[in-house]
Write a protein that binds this ligand. Structure first.
Ligand code: AGP
Length: 615
């Protein structure tokens, strides 16, 4: 998830671009860059690091020009270096591109363009777009009007993926061309000037009149004029909207808190995690994961290490990998691993799961595993993080920046990353039938749509939060994968609501904790695992017999469950192995709405930090 900015008008572009990028920095902050058209030449300045590094350089040598584009990056392909920072230019330096999203088929496009003689200067997927535009422009007659827009349309027709791209060309000095496919893009309509941004906060100092560009649309902005077309160049009539949010709301996309925004970003984040990694049949292509010859076949153990929410995702990973790849899997809290004298060696695959890639306990456990000779695979969100740099293999979850301390979209994308990893290991070890793999991959592809469906059902969750806002204790129970989800649901409630909650394997209740269950302790029962359905119902009966109110999370087609629970939070039916990414969503929403009703600081709960870099 990157930040995009564009300006064309009568004022100097650079200060407007930098101000916009500062307001978008929450979207990405590993590198930044600008391009300004100065005396007919495209001048690019970019650097790794926070925006302040670029600002420092530009303060010494500013750029003058009334048209320009700017970008803050959240790396997905290629490390956060100067070369990989945007904008990217073609071979001539006359056309430059900034991009938010992923070009799935960039490897093939790059090989083709290189064979045609194009010289690449970065490792990014974005650079192929600059060269594609150059190649298309070269084919066009010099007197054709709208050459740039036509070339951009021809270029994006060859690219697959999710993107918002913005193009500036020295050949058409009064115009910026932009296209949206899935990633956000907004035009700001000023007085004699036009702006482009990937989010509204960047536009608010200049205008409140905006056009939200939709998927498959192109915007061509000029001073005082905007044209919207489809990708065949057919004009589209659009009416601007007036934004009434204040600046703080705008930064959160209109949501009152980052946590709620991030909960709602899950369908798109899941889509990005999966994108380009599953083929139409049953193969998984995990970029960044390259096991040595024979390693997977000889693998005799997988060891998952992580903390907090990442550990809960790791528990789902343990279950799924063991189930599909038929290899023993252990999952350890990273802070505990070292004191166990772990039995790990060169035939072990250690998987360290961490959103930030900087959690001290996880790094220490990962280093311990490597010291024992294990291969280290990182599942992380942050390209260039310590964990990503130290690991042998890295699977990026592509969730985009997660700002709220309570992790939501990182959790669900970790689940999907680990599930893809499990299918891949299962296939490589011939433990998983290709037909079953195909079924699971089809299920994974469908998850973003189903997650959107679950999000649209927040009404009953809010009503429940209204009723239970003052509760002091809660229990979460489930069996198998439902137990892992119960642990995450319970943590979410604790960390932002500050109430006591505990997750238990449903079968374990009767061995002690049942003594605490009364009419004042609501029990959340996860009931998505069909193989243990009746056993979980029996545990629900145990708590109901002690007067507890039961809130079940169950599939739409479960007609039985309403007889056993006061409230049922429904999710669409899905393969049981894939249920966790859906079952957690109502629990995230419940935790959020309870904490709001209790008046807590949602995004920065007391005593907690987003990234825990001390052991
Ligand atoms: C959960 O909401 C917390 N933010 C916390 O448990 C977190 O998952 C843990 O600190 C691990 O962080 P990491 O994924 O960045 O390593």
């Amino acid at each position: 998830m990157c930040g995009i900015m564009g300006y064309v008008g009568t004022r100097q572009a650079l200060p407007i671009l930098l101000d916009g990028l500062r307001r978008l920095e929450y979207r990405g902050y590993d590198s930044a860059g600008v391009a300004v058209l100065e005396n007919g030449t495209v001048q690019v300045r970019k650097s790794a690091g926070k925006l302040s590094v670029l600002e420092g350089a530009l303060a010494l040598e500013p750029l003058a020009g009334r048209i320009g584009i700017g970008h803050t990056r959240w790396a997905t392909h290629g490390h956060p270096t100067d070369a990989n920072a945007h904008p990217h230019s073609d071979c001539t330096g006359r056309h430059v591109v900034i991009h938010n999203g992923i070009i799935e088929n960039y490897v093939g496009l790059r090989e083709r363009l290189q064979a045609e003689g194009h010289k690449f200067r970065s490792d990014t997927d974005t650079e192929v777009l600059a060269h594609l535009i150059e190649a298309e422009i070269t084919k066009m007659p010099a007197d054709l009007s709208d050459r740039l827009a036509t070339a951009v349309r021809a270029a994006v027709a060859q690219a697959r993926g999710a993107y918002a791209i913005v193009v500036l060309s020295a050949d058409e000095p009064d115009r910026i061309v932009a296209v949206r496919m899935i990633s956000p893009l907004i035009v700001g309509i000023g007085n004699g000037e036009m702006l482009l941004a990937s989010d509204i906060p960047a536009l608010l100092p200049h205008t409140r009149d905006v056009l939200i560009i939709s998927d498959g649309e192109m915007a061509v902005i000029e001073p005082g004029r905007v044209r919207i077309t489809d990708l065949d160049g057919r004009p589209l009539a659009r009416t601007p909207e007036r934004i009434t949010w204040d600046a703080a709301m705008a930064e959160k996309g209109g949501y009152p808190h980052f946590m709620l925004k991030e909960i709602h970003e899950q369908p798109r984040a899941l889509h990005e995690t999966i994108m380009g990694r599953l083929d139409e049949v049953h193969r998984v292509e995990l970029d960044g994961v390259r096991y040595p010859e024979g390693f997977v076949e000889q693998l005799d153990k997988v060891w998952v290490v992580a903390c907090g929410t990442a550990y809960h995702a790791g528990l789902v990973g343990r279950w799924t990998i063991e189930h599909l790849a038929r290899v023993p899997v252990e999952a350890d809290l990273a802070s505990e691993l070292r004191y166990r004298s772990p039995l790990i060696d060169g035939t072990t695959l250690a998987i360290a799961v961490s959103q930030s890639g900087e959690t001290a306990d996880t790094l220490a456990a990962a280093r311990e595993a490597r010291a024992h000779g294990s291969r280290l695979l990182a599942v992380t969100n942050v390209v260039g993080s310590t964990l990503a740099r130290e690991a042998d293999d890295v699977l990026f979850i592509r969730a985009g920046p997660e700002i709220a301390v309570a992790s939501t979209k990182a959790y669900t994308t970790m689940l999907v990353a680990l599930q893809m990893l499990a299918v891949d290991l299962g296939l490589r070890r011939e433990a998983l039938e290709p037909a079953r793999a195909a079924e699971l991959l089809a299920g994974l592809r469908h998850l973003p749509v189903l997650a959107q469906d679950v999000l649209s059902r927040s009404g009953p969750v809010e009503a429940l939060a209204d009723r239970l806002a003052r509760l002091e204790h809660a229990f979460f129970i489930g069996r198998g994968l439902d137990y892992a989800v119960a642990m995450e649901g319970s943590l979410k409630l604790k960390e932002i609501s500050y109430l006591h909650s505990e997750a238990l394997a449903a079968g374990e209740l009767k061995h002690g904790t049942l003594a605490l269950v009364t009419r004042d302790t609501p029990v959340f029962a996860l009931v998505t695992q069909r193989a243990v359905y009746e056993k979980t119902i029996a545990n629900i009966q145990e708590v109901r017999a002690r007067g507890a109110e039961v809130i079940a999370v169950a599939y739409d087609d479960d007609r039985e469950i309403a007889k056993h629970a006061e409230t049922v939070l429904r999710i669409p039916p899905v393969d049981d192995l894939l249920a966790p990414a859906l079952a957690i969503v109502p629990l995230q929403l419940f935790a959020y709405h309870v904490a709001v009703r209790r008046g807590h600081d949602i995004d920065q709960p007391r005593n907690l930090a987003k990234s825990v870099t001390v052991e």
